[in-house]
Ligand binder design. Structure first.
Ligand SMILES: Nc1ncnc2c1ncn2[C@@H]1O[C@H](COP(=O)(O)OP(=O)(O)OP(=O)(O)O)[C@@H](O)[C@H]1O
Length: 242
């Protein structure tokens, strides 16, 4: 597509920008520390657009996991608002938050947490079966995702029969099996050697961009962070662009 050339073109393009999938507004999270108060998040603001990969890098204890848990509706902020697809979730009941989480959010952790007694295919089918999809439907989507992750010839392997990089790619496929809108990842390649980390990241990034997911990824790997669309950190409880 050609670049916009007139003010009108630019205005149209700006108006057409899709709304963020994740928006955090004025998030505060405090913990009690002795007689005092430890402010971990203190007015954190963030927006992540569809198809965007945002790297979150900050020192240990800065509040990365806390931010991820709040964005993933696993934890409630003391103050502020989380919006998923522009819908505020603070007014939602616990049951509604769980439903939104199941439908709209996928998680990837440093350690894959795959079920050891099930095959790669069954692991990726699992969230879909829980959601109520039929076995053939779940299997079709799981095979498609595993092929996309270049694991088409490994679908019957159990996690213990897969390499670390393969296990993480299965975990990524599982995280997006229910076609979430938001992917939250906590050091998804932290347990892998550098070459494998890049390979797994390539697969994750391709999937995010192809499916228009919004992705917030905690990483200490600055080489990978450089390959994302934006890099943010946490300073004094606020989100700061790097
Ligand atoms: N439930 C809690 N009660 C008290 N303090 C807590 C609680 N949860 C987290 N904290 C504190 O909040 C701070 C931020 O924790 P968090 O796990 O978010 O940091 P992090 O940036 O993810 O660190 P790391 O990189 O080491 O995982 C830490 O000092 C932690 O001890």
């Amino acid at each position: 597509m050609s670049q916009p050339t007139t003010t009108t073109d630019r205005r149209i393009e700006r108006r057409a920008a899709p709304p963020p999938v994740l928006r955090l507004k004025g998030i505060e999270r405090h913990f009690r520390e002795g007689a005092g108060r430890l402010s971990i998040l203190d007015g954190a603001e963030l927006a992540v657009a569809p198809g965007e990969l945002v790297a979150l890098a900050a020192p240990s204890g800065a509040g990365k996991s806390t931010l991820l848990h709040i964005a993933g509706l696993l934890e409630k902020p003391d103050k502020g608002e989380v919006l998923i697809d522009e819908v505020p979730v603070s007014v939602a009941s616990d049951a509604e938050r769980t439903a939104i989480r199941r439908m709209k959010i996928g998680f990837v952790y440093q350690f894959h947490h795959l079920l050891p007694e099930f095959s790669a295919l069954e692991n990726v089918m699992m969230p879909q079966l829980i959601r109520g999809l039929s076995k053939p439907e779940a299997a079709r989507r799981a095979k498609e995702l595993l092929s996309y992750m270049r694991l088409g010839d490994r679908i019957q392997h159990r996690p213990s029969e897969l390499s670390g990089g393969e296990q993480q790619r299965v975990a990524i496929a599982r995280a997006v099996a229910n076609a979430p809108r938001l992917l939250l990842a906590d050091e998804p390649t932290g347990n892998l050697d550098p070459t494998t980390a890049h390979y797994v990241f390539d697969a994750l990034a391709a999937l995010v961009r192809a499916s228009g997911l919004a992705a917030l990824i905690v990483t200490h790997n600055m080489e990978l962070a450089e390959r994302m669309d934006r890099r943010i950190t946490l300073q004094a409880g606020k989100v700061v662009e790097l």
